[in-house]
Write a protein that binds this ligand. Structure first.
Ligand SMILES: *Cc1c(COP(=O)(O)O)cnc(C)c1O
Length: 235
């Protein structure tokens, strides 16, 4: 039996709703970011037709081609409602196109990138919404900063006029037990609560993917980034 993108999207929405309510949180407190990397513009369009408005992409060239292809498929109206989130590593030679073509970045981790995105954000667009990526399990090769480095980077983002500091993002170490993942998400949640007290613009805790979204929601995630459970396996 094969499920359509509409079916899978509805399943994911129901699952988010159920877990959110089960965790005694308000029903609409968790947003769904559909991660469309390695999936076609047609798949994105199918999701848009089913009311999905937030999409995440990891690779700039793929994302720009898809944004253009989507405009050719969809009505201008449908396209206007879509918010693109950049969730891949940000190379400094790609900042201009990211600043020009995305509403959000989730993967800020360096001062130099903060400055470039701020300088390159077009003045006719709203400030670029930014989450700082935390390397929550202190992995040797993982992107993101340590929590000990958060205060200074958060201050830089908050002071950048063309950026808006919205929150934190993490990807926990793969292959860990649920209890270990939960502990990592709880550390994120505590850091998020603290950051919110300093910066009123902070409202987004980006954590949880297809495999761990329920634990993430139980730990206070406000946005889950889901690819496989909506679009199927990537090739
Ligand atoms: C690919 C990706 C996701 C989605 O992962 P799934 O397991 O397919 O849900 C979420 N976040 C980031 C940063 C990703 O690169």
């Amino acid at each position: 039996m094969t499920f359509s993108i509409a079916d899978k999207l509805n399943n994911v929405r129901a699952r988010i709703q159920k877990t959110t309510i089960g965790a005694n949180r308000p029903p609409d407190s968790v947003q769904l970011l559909a991660v469309s990397k390695k999936h076609s513009a047609q798949s994105v369009y199918d999701a848009v037709q089913n009311g999905q408005t937030l999409f995440g992409e990891n690779y700039l060239n793929e994302a720009l081609a898809k944004q253009e292809a989507l405009q050719a498929i969809g009505s201008e109206q449908a396209y206007k409602q879509v918010d693109w989130h950049f969730i891949g590593p940000i190379q400094s030679n790609k900042t201009r196109q990211i600043a020009e073509n995305f509403a959000w970045v989730h993967t800020l981790e360096r001062s130099k990138i903060v400055q470039r995105l701020n300088d390159q954000r077009p003045s006719n667009l709203a400030p670029l919404n930014c989450c700082i990526q935390i390397n929550i399990d202190q992995e040797e090769t993982k992107s993101g900063i340590l929590l000990a480095e958060l205060d200074s980077l958060a201050k830089e983002v908050a002071e950048a006029p063309n950026l808006s500091l919205r929150g934190l993002m993490c990807i926990p170490e793969p292959g860990q037990d649920a209890a270990v993942i939960r502990a990592s998400f709880q550390r994120m949640s505590a850091a998020f609560d603290q950051l919110k007290q300093t910066y009123p613009s902070v409202d987004t805790l980006s954590m949880g993917m297809s495999a761990d979204m329920d634990i993430a929601i139980e730990c206070g995630s406000t946005l889950v980034r889901v690819g496989t459970a909506i679009f199927g396996e990537r090739t």
